[in-house]
Design a protein around this ligand. Structure first.
Ligand SMILES: [Zn+2]
Length: 106
């Protein structure tokens, strides 16, 4: 296999991985109300795919997963979202962990 094809294949693999992650997050979004355990499974799989293929999760995707226990976070259900001192403070009810994301006012 030539070097170029190998490069191409690698790009393709990453692209497929990204698509699968996107799909899994969509599924989690659709299912979390009726089947929270399935939503959890979907985001766990998405995380595993991202690690396996060295693909980063998108910003929005990352914010939907608890940094500490990897729970799928749904504001008003298993996490609390508050504004505090220029940060968006997300508290996970599963593990009690917090995450601060700075926000900037223009
Ligand atoms: Zn947590």
């Amino acid at each position: 296999m030539s070097k170029q094809t190998r490069k191409k294949n690698k790009d393709l693999t990453k692209k497929i991985a990204e698509e699968r992650i996107l799909k899994l997050f969509e599924l989690a979004e659709m299912n979390h109300e009726i089947h929270p355990e399935r939503a959890q499974r979907y985001v766990t799989l998405a995380r595993l795919i991202s690690m396996r293929y060295n693909v980063r999760l998108e910003r929005e995707q990352k914010r939907k997963i608890c940094q500490h226990c990897y729970a799928y976070l749904i504001p008003g259900k298993n996490c609390r979202v508050r504004m505090k001192n220029g940060f968006v403070l997300t508290t996970c009810f599963e593990c009690g962990g917090q995450r601060r994301i700075p926000y900037y006012l223009k």
